[in-house]
Structure formats: structure tokens, C-alpha cells
Design a protein around this ligand. Structure first.
Ligand code: COA
Length: 501
């Protein structure tokens, strides 16, 4: 334990999760570590749910908090806190089906936010301050600095800005992670200095979060593992999407716009993004780098294949099989990885400077290239925008992938008008489905529509979209539409269970 808590006096603050949870009271704002199911607070959140619901020897004690995290939590944290009615407000991202349902019933207020922005708002006092931060760590150093575990997310700023800190020391997270983190917190505006990252592998900060150890009011010891990622393996469609992208990059190299090392890659969350990255194993590219958020199984597959030289992210989120392979040999990867706060991994300034190739996933795309990544049928939240907007707006190439159909063909992912816009046509360069790839660079809306319909849509939706565009063009406009019919496909799906006529 002296290696895990290196200030002897702090050993006195080791308490049970239930005791630690007592620091959190009704109405507080709590900032928890956790980014895409990794490095999340695991014990105190469960004790909070238990307190609200009561146990055989304690009565139910309902209370509500505002919960901020880096991104999604693992281990049913969001589910259990939702079921215990503890979450009044939640930001900036989630991906839990139970919480999602509560959000869509209007019971939890969800603030869906660009992942780089939350701590900017906190630091500027634009949103309620953090009362208590709960941070998973591998250790607390001799100076009281917190060494995070498998993610950083918003942990650094949460800990720095919070009034009180609870640390969960996770003994299942190897001490060998020490040194992998690069903690850098941008300065105050308007005279902030540039973030000095000139290359994906630059280190610009410290390896731990320096705070005043007097703020640590409780330490909880756990050995609970990170939750495994839930991505499904590649299938024929995702393989086809990856194939189209590889061909496109080969074309860019042949045209002299990219080298064989491409530019630093960002790959979003989800099965499609993971599969697309895995597809690079079959491509001719070498010495690739990543400047991304989540490092998934595919990142380590590319390291093992000798194709990827370096990966910068904010979290490592792996399947259980890959988890053991990676963490049993972490020394093999350590000098090829860096974990950063999410406001740095997703910072517009750095993304623009490095020329990132951003590959994110759409739920639906419209004929002009607007993208909906978050709202099913225009109203119901899926997960949130995550970092896709940070990257799409600022990338060298902003790519969106989606299967051309969903729900066995009853839904077309390419529609006349998206029912919610996360990424406007101005932030979208390339759209790829299993059918093909639409290169929208330099195209006006009237040119974009046939390019998307021809390259990305299969029959019968292709003909339906062609008819829509033809009719719309009779009315004219820079971006022709039939407003009374623009959402007819969504309406038909709601009424009949299919977008097909
Ligand atoms: N309308 C309704 N449902 C749709 C749909 C559409 N147009 N397109 C897909 N779906 C459904 C699928 O059928 C599937 O449903 P299921 O869970 O019931 O099987 C679900 O949406 C997920 O689709 P899938 O094809 O498996 O995609 P995915 O796992 O790759 O996730 C997103 C896609 C868009 C939900 C996911 O990438 C996301 O949340 N993105 C936003 C955040 C982000 O991009 N972050 C990037 C930086 S990390």
C-alpha cells in the first residue's frame, strides 16, 4: 500500500465506499472519472445508489445530484444511479440503455456537450462548480499528485476545481501505467498560450494530477476491473466500408496529397469505427499515428501488426480478451502511447494544427451531407455527440461512416433531410457506406446530392431519393427541398414500421 499511497498520513483517510459516499449530499455537483467505460469511479457511485434505495438495515434516503464525467461509465454505474433516481442532471456523454430511457422520458436532464468543452465551462464559472470529485487512480504520489488509471477524461480539471476529492485506488490497475499520462491544463483566456503539441507523440505536461492533498477527504480501495468494451466484431458491411476508405486513402497518396503514413488518425466510438480501423491492417500504409480519444482493440492490433507507430488518446477501452493481452504486456506498448485530458486530446487548436483525419459514425446522413449522430427519429437520444464535433469541425479530412440501412432495411441511413443535425454540411468532407464513398470536397449542395445518392445508397432507396431531388430542384434554391415531404420517410417509419413506400 505504501507504493499506492505514498504520503503516510493519507493512509488514515482510507474508508469504506459507504463512508466516502457520505461526503455527497442532495443537490451537489459531482465530477467522476470515467471515459468510455474505462478508468471510471467504481465503488462510491454504487454506494450512492445503495444509500438512495436503502438496504435491509438502512432506510431509503432519496437524493439527487448533477453528475459530470469524462464520457460513458462502465460497470452499470449510470444504470444503477438512474434506477436509484440519484441523477437529476447528467453531462457530457452517456451510452447506457437505462439512463438513455430515463433521458428520453424527460426524467433526467442530459446536457449533450462537445467533450472538449465541459471543463472550459467549469473553469469559467459558466456552469455550477464541482463540489466533490471522485477519481480512480493507480496511486497518490509523495507530493499528493493523483496518478489516474486507464483514462484521464476530465479527471484533472475535476480534481483541480473540486472543493473535495475522493480517490478510488484500484489495485487491479497495474502500477506500470505510471508514466503513460500527460497532464496539461490550458491557461486562462483571453491570454492563453498555445498548446505546444506539434506532433501526436509530444509530451507537454506532468505524469500525475497535482492537487493539494488536503482536499482528499476519503480514499477507497478497490480491485474491480474496468468494464469490457461492447463493440461487435467487423462484418461484411463494415469490411466494405473499410475497403472503400483504404482505396480512397491510396488515391490521396497517389495524388500526392498524403504520404504513406497518412496523417494522425482519429477514430470514433462504436462498432463501425473500430472495424474501419481494423481494416488498416490490410492496407499498404505504414508508420501510422493516432491522435484520438478512445484507444480500442484495433489500436493494439495495428501496433502488433507493426503498422502503427504511436497513439495519443484519453482512454484505453478494450474487450476482455484484448485487456489481458495488452495489460499483461503493457511494457511492450508503453513508449508508444500517451493518455491526455480530453480537452487536450480533443482540442480544436491541436486538431487543426496536426491535420487530423477524423473518422466518426453517423446514425443518418442527408443528401446534402448534414449528419445526425445522436437522435433516433429526430427526438430520442442515443449516446451524445461525444468528441465527433470537436474533430469533424477541425479535421484535415472529416469522414463519416454509416451502414446504408438499419433495422433490416426498414430504415435508410441516407434520408432527404436529417431529423437532427450534429454536424452540418460544412463540417463533412467524405461519407462512406458499404455501397461506396462520396467525396464531397469542393462540391455545392446541388452536386453533393447526386454524389451521395449514386455512391452511398442502394436500391430501392436510391430511386426514391433521386425522385425527391428531381421534384425539389423544380422549386429551386441553393439547397433544394420539399419541406412538406422532407420528413415523410421518418413519419412513415413511425406510422408503418418502414421508410419504404
Ligand atoms: N435510425 C434509427 N436507428 C438507427 C439508425 C437510424 N438511421 N442507424 C443505426 N441505428 C441503430 C442500429 O440499428 C443500432 O441499433 P441496435 O443497438 O438496436 O442494434 C444502433 O443504432 C447502433 O448502430 P450501429 O450500426 O451498431 O452503430 P455503432 O455501434 O457504430 O454506433 C453511433 C453508431 C452513431 C450510435 C455511435 O458511433 C455514436 O454514439 N456516435 C456519437 C459519438 C461519437 O461519434 N463519438 C466520436 C468520438 S469518440
Amino acid at each position: 500500500m505504501h507504493l499506492r499511497i505514498r504520503i503516510p498520513a493519507l493512509h488514515e483517510r482510507i474508508v469504506s465506499a459507504r463512508e466516502a459516499a457520505n461526503w455527497i449530499q442532495d443537490g451537489m455537483t459531482v465530477g467522476m472519472s470515467g471515459f468510455t467505460r474505462s478508468g471510471d469511479a467504481k465503488m462510491v457511485p454504487l454506494a450512492l445508489a445503495e444509500r438512495a434505495l436503502g438496504t435491509s438495515d438502512t432506510p431509503a434516503a432519496p437524493f439527487q445530484i448533477t453528475l459530470m464525467t469524462g464520457a460513458s461509465m462502465g460497470g452499470d454505474v449510470d444504470k444503477l444511479l438512474t434506477e436509484a433516481h440519484v441523477i437529476a442532471r447528467r453531462m457530457p456523454f452517456q451510452s447506457d440503455p437505462v439512463l438513455r430511457a430515463a433521458i428520453n422520458r424527460g426524467e433526467v436532464m442530459f446536457i449533450d456537450q462537445h467533450l472538449s468543452e465541459t471543463v472550459e465551462h467549469l473553469r469559467a464559472g459558466q456552469i455550477a462548480p464541482i463540489d466533490v470529485a471522485i477519481i480512480e487512480a493507480i496511486a497518490i504520489t509523495e507530493t499528493g499528485a493523483i496518478i489516474p488509471s486507464t483514462s484521464i477524461g476530465n479527471s484533472a480539471s475535476f480534481a483541480i476545481l473540486a472543493e473535495k476529492i475522493i480517490v478510488e485506488i484500484n489495485l487491479s490497475q497495474p502500477l506500470s501505467l505510471e508514466g503513460m499520462h500527460d497532464i496539461f491544463v490550458p491557461g486562462k483566456r483571453p491570454h492563453r498560450a498555445p498548446i505546444p503539441i506539434m506532433s501526436a507523440d509530444d509530451r507537454i505536461g506532468t505524469t500525475a494530477i497535482q492537487i493539494d492533498p488536503a482536499k482528499i477527504v476519503a480514499i477507497v480501495i478497490t480491485d474491480k476491473l474496468d468494464s469490457a468494451s461492447t463493440v461487435t466484431p467487423p462484418d461484411a458491411e463494415t469490411d466494405a466500408i473499410a475497403g472503400h476508405l483504404i482505396k480512397f486513402f491510396e488515391h490521396e497518396v497517389a495524388a500526392g496529397r498524403l504520404s504513406n503514413a497518412l496523417l494522425p488518425l482519429q477514430a470514433g466510438i462504436g462498432s463501425v469505427a473500430n472495424a474501419v480501423l481494423a481494416g488498416f491492417r490490410a492496407g499498404p500504409f505504414r508508420h501510422l499515428t493516432m491522435y484520438s480519444e478512445v484507444l480500442q482493440d484495433s489500436t493494439f492490433d495495428l501496433f502488433d501488426a507493426g503498422i502503427l507507430d504511436f497513439a495519443s488518446g484519453s482512454s484505453i477501452t478494450l474487450s476482455s480478451k484484448k485487456h489481458d493481452e495488452v495489460f499483461n504486456h503493457i511494457e511492450r506498448y508503453k513508449d508508444k502511447l500517451v493518455l491526455r485530458p480530453q480537452e487536450v486530446s480533443n482540442h480544436p487548436e491541436v486538431i487543426r494544427r496536426l491535420g487530423i483525419i477524423g473518422i466518426n459514425t453517423a446514425l443518418e446522413v442527408d443528401i446534402y451531407g448534414n449528419v445526425n449522430s445522436t437522435h433516433i427519429g429526430g427526438t430520442h437520444m442515443m449516446n451524445g455527440i461525444g468528441g465527433s464535433g470537436d474533430f469533424a469541425r477541425n479535421a484535415y479530412l472529416s469522414i463519416f461512416t454509416t451502414k446504408s440501412i438499419a433495422k433490416g432495411g426498414k430504415i435508410s441511413s441516407i434520408v432527404p433531410m436529417v431529423s437532427h443535425v450534429d454536424h452540418t454540411e460544412h463540417d463533412v468532407d467524405i461519407i462512406v457506406t458499404e455501397v461506396g464513398l462520396a467525396d464531397l470536397r469542393g462540391l455545392a449542395p446541388r452536386e453533393r446530392a447526386p454524389c451521395i445518392i449514386q455512391n452511398c445508397v442502394a436500391e430501392p432507396y436510391r430511386s426514391m431519393l433521386q425522385t425527391y431531388v428531381k421534384e425539389a430542384q423544380v422549386r429551386g434554391g441553393q439547397t433544394p427541398h420539399l419541406l412538406e415531404k422532407a420528413f415523410a420517410w421518418h413519419t412513415r417509419y413511425r406510422e408503418t414500421g418502414s421508410m419504404l413506400e
